[in-house]
Design a protein around this ligand. Structure first.
Ligand SMILES: NC(=O)c1ccc[n+]([C@@H]2O[C@H](COP(=O)([O-])OP(=O)(O)OC[C@H]3O[C@@H](n4cnc5c(N)ncnc54)[C@H](O)[C@@H]3O)[C@@H](O)[C@H]2O)c1
Ligand SMILES: O=C[C@H](O)CS(=O)(=O)O
Length: 484
């Protein structure tokens, strides 16, 4: 049982039309702790009909919510932000219990998640249109921006708070209403954030959270012509499916999908800084991060030195349950996740790679995996093409800048990329040549609420956070008025 200062945050119901509800069928889904397999709590398995009821509640809530003054919406969002920050310890405890990440990381995510609400509480008051000089003297041309309407959000398990607020905050700020389907592995964090939204004064139906079977809920939300937008964060595979399901009703879609980030270290890099950046990017959330370094490309001149220093530092990363003090690497989310990591490492070794550190399940058992560094990795190995989503750093060797740019871009993904060099001219060449939505130079951590987060190619459509994030929830209306 999760020990909380505010027990009201641990919900066992879904949030529909401002009320905590159970499924009429009485069916529930158990949420388990990846560290030990224990049950954290049940959540409802809602039926298609109950999801339709949420859409009806959203329809009733949209008019009043969108017609409120932006400053009123802003004030409620600001209160929601303050309540999340005030309850950060409890929210982190719930997140660690259902997702497994170390408590310190969970609290960091709560603060990060709250920052999107604070940011869009302000952006709500700055949704500007345009006045366009008319080509005829008897016309006045105006551009209005209006909320899209009822929005659906489907979110992943790896960042159970931030992936929700990164959507709900701009949506509500713009005057939209939102129905959220959190990942089945991590719904409790979402429900706790929903409880604080109620306490902040969010009206019934503006934010709803439904739990249960993904295909059932997703099927209703994507098929409904009342739902005007879907914002999805998750795998590219599922993103394709949902995008296709939205096509018959021509929904707006925002897609934050899979990644395969290259992390490039040139001969002229600060090796110690590159090691720090590689660890920050690769091993955050036990490597279960969409923007984490998935392929490390190290130039020949420093390859051996970098590999040695990286292994020395990775060996210091404590592995254990997220509730244990000092732990930096928690369990992977489930058996499928650790099986994928094993498959990637075994494939690399079978094709000639060398395990410098780790390379097997941790003695703790369950879904704990040893922080791993492998060298001698080549482009024919699965780690070069698939998102490992685990604490494994595969090191590729390269000779020239042209060669490494070609290898880095040789993927269908285009989310995040990183490179380390102290050379100014090379910085601009490489930053402009990398085919990614986000690029880190001499840093492994790039995510925040003020910058546009998103990918190109098959890593997604649209941007979240920044001044761009609210545009995903606005429609442009052009008004042409004859004044004589
Ligand atoms: N680009 C980003 O910002 C970002 C952020 C986090 C995670 N991700 C990606 O997400 C993936 C890991 O998360 P995941 O395992 O939860 O991804 P996933 O695609 O398996 O699931 C994501 C969400 O989609 C739901 N879902 C799955 N199949 C569905 C269907 N047929 N209909 C409706 N909903 C469905 C799941 O229940 C979950 O809520 C990785 O690929 C990672 O790169 C991307
Ligand atoms: O997994 C992808 C998230 O977007 C991670 S973060 O935004 O970089 O924290």
């Amino acid at each position: 049982m999760v020990q909380l200062a505010n027990p009201a945050l641990l919900r066992d119901g879904g949030l529909i039309d401002g009320a905590w509800r159970q499924a009429r069928s009485g069916e529930t889904v158990a949420v388990t702790n990846p560290a030990d397999g224990s049950v954290v709590g049940p959540v409802p398995r809602f039926s298609a009909q109950e999801v339709e009821q949420a859409i009806e509640a959203a329809e009733a809530a949209f008019g009043p919510w969108s017609q409120r003054a932006a400053r009123e919406r802003s004030a409620i969002l600001k209160r929601w932000f303050e309540l999340i920050v005030a309850n950060a310890d409890d929210l982190a405890a719930i997140m660690t219990a259902e997702q497994g990440k170390p408590l310190a990381e969970a609290k960091g995510e709560i603060v990060y998640a709250a920052s999107f609400i604070e940011w869009f509480a302000e952006e709500a008051k700055r949704v500007y249109g345009d006045v366009i000089p008319a080509p005829q003297t008897d016309k006045r041309l105006i551009v209005l921006k209006q909320p899209v309407g009822i929005c659906a959000a489907i979110t992943p398990w790896n960042f159970p708070a931030a992936m929700i607020t990164r959507k709900a905050a701009p949506a509500l700020a713009a005057g939209c209403v939102m129905i959220v389907k959190p990942a089945e592995q991590t719904p409790l964090t979402a429900l706790a954030i929903g409880q604080l939204a109620i306490e902040a004064g969010l009206p019934a139906g503006v934010l709803q959270i439904v739990t249960g079977e993904a295909r059932t809920i997703g099927g209703v939300l994507t098929a409904s012509d009342k739902v005007r937008k879907l914002s999805f964060t998750g795998s590219t595979e599922v993103g394709r499916i949902l995008m296709a399901q939205c096509a018959p009703t021509i929904k707006r879609v925002s897609l934050e999908l899979g990644g395969n980030a290259p992390f490039i270290v040139f001969d002229d890099a600060d090796i110690e800084a590159a090691v720090v950046g590689a660890i920050a990017s690769k091993y955050r959330n036990a490597g279960q991060t969409c923007v984490c370094a998935n392929r490390l490309y190290v130039q020949s001149g420093i390859y051996d030195a970098f590999a040695r220093r990286l292994a020395e530092e990775v060996a210091k990363l404590p592995v254990g349950a997220g509730t244990e003090k000092g732990v930096l690497i928690g369990p992977l989310i489930d058996d499928d996740a650790i099986a994928k990591v094993e498959r990637h490492v075994e494939d690399a070794v079978s094709k000639g790679a060398h395990i410098v550190l780790g390379g097997k399940r941790h003695p703790l058992g369950g879904t704990f995996y040893e922080p791993t560094v492998i060298t001698g990795v080549t482009p024919d190995m699965v780690v070069a093409r698939e998102e490992t989503f685990g604490p494994v750093a595969p090191l590729f060797r390269f000779e020239t800048e042209e060669e490494v740019i070609a290898m880095a871009n040789d993927t269908e993904f285009g989310l995040a990329a990183y490179f380390y060099t102290e050379n100014a001219r090379r910085t601009w060449r490489v930053a402009e040549a990398l085919e990614y939505g986000m690029v880190g130079h001499n840093t492994g951590l790039i995510s925040n609420e003020v910058a546009p987060f998103g990918g190109v190619k098959q890593s997604g459509i649209g941007r979240e956070g920044s001044k761009y994030g609210i545009e995903e929830y606005l429609e442009i209306k052009y008004l042409c008025s004859a004044v004589r």
